[in-house]
Design a protein. Structure first.
Ligand code: 0O2
Length: 266
């Protein structure tokens, strides 16, 4: 197939992965900004390369011309969570989203693959609007923990190295390390509440400090420079020894000054 034709065929898939990358990352940011734990820790997106599409077609005896009718993982998104419990929450959020329809689910957390692979897979249909009109695109969504992702990344690269024929002793080690990953995920789950609370506090403080810095920078537009430097100094002291409530009160005062000047900024 000509490269120009590939470009046309794959363009809506590129759009789909870009849109979903923005949407899921925005969701993470919104949660963190309000100091709420995000079930999704990290997002990875990719559109399958032409070489990889051709290779998969060969492997599955599919004519390349039918690739887009048969393959459901040309557009892929990976949602990486910190804890195994978060995976089901994320899957549930996806089922409820109005911008996609889940067509299929595979639970490799329950039905662990012989390789030792663990992950939760969904195929969803997602609509994009292009200059040629609207197109419903299948998206493969893989949901897994950071630890599962580490394992899958290493195992994938070994498969690539050995061209799919991984030696038996390496396979045995991979399965053993997959069990170790499961054990680690379980250990981390047992202290999940502590970690979530610590992270929520961290993001509340980080957002507050960012807002205070913005407000102070903004003050330079309408306050005397020496006065702003004094405020900055006061903030540095508070940052070192102040409580969260004191920082909130400091931000409220800065906000009130900006409001008086009709100059609030985000
Ligand atoms: P890539 O390079 O990641 O895109 P199939 O898609 O036909 O191979 P199936 O049963 O239709 O397999 O879908 P399945 O099992 O849900 O797997 C699809 C994807 O899951 C794979 O895509 C991998 O990304 C991942 N996966 C599945 N099994 C394993 C495994 O044992 N190890 C690792 N590391 N990843 C796995 P691709 O196209 O194979 O690869």
């Amino acid at each position: 197939m000509e490269i120009q034709r590939w470009k046309e065929i794959l363009s809506p898939y590129d759009l789909a992965v870009k849109e979903l990358d923005v949407k899921f990352n925005h969701m993470i940011m919104e949660n963190r900004n309000i100091g709420r734990y995000s079930y999704v820790e990290r997002v990875e997106t990719r559109r399958k390369t032409i070489a990889s599409i051709i290779e998969k077609c060969k492997r599955k005896s599919i004519p390349v011309e039918s690739a887009v009718d048969v393959l459901t993982d040309i557009a892929g998104i990976r949602l990486i969570c910190q804890f195994e419990e978060d995976i089901e929450r994320v899957a549930d959020e996806i089922r409820k989203r109005p911008d996609m329809v889940v067509l299929e689910e595979k639970n490799y957390l329950q039905d662990v693959k012989d390789s030792g692979y663990r992950s939760y897979h969904m195929i969803a249909q997602y609509e994009v609007y292009t200059v040629h009109g609207s197109r419903a695109i299948p998206i493969e969504i893989q949901i897994r923990t950071l630890a599962m992702n580490f394992w899958a990344t290493i195992e994938h690269s070994l498969n690539y190295k050995y061209n799919g024929n991984v030696p038996d002793d390496v396979k045995t080690k991979l399965r053993a390390s997959s069990d170790a990953v499961l054990q680690m995920d379980q250990e981390m789950s047992s202290i999940r509440e502590d970690i979530v609370t610590a992270q929520e506090l961290f993001y509340i403080k980080a957002t507050l400090v960012k807002d205070i810095n913005n407000s102070i920078n903004n003050l330079y537009n309408y306050e005397d420079r020496a006065a702003v430097l004094n405020i900055q100094q006061e903030f540095m002291e508070l940052y070192k020894i102040g409580t969260l409530d004191e920082l909130k009160e400091f931000q409220r005062k800065l906000d009130a000054v900006a409001a008086r000047h009709g100059a609030q900024e985000v």
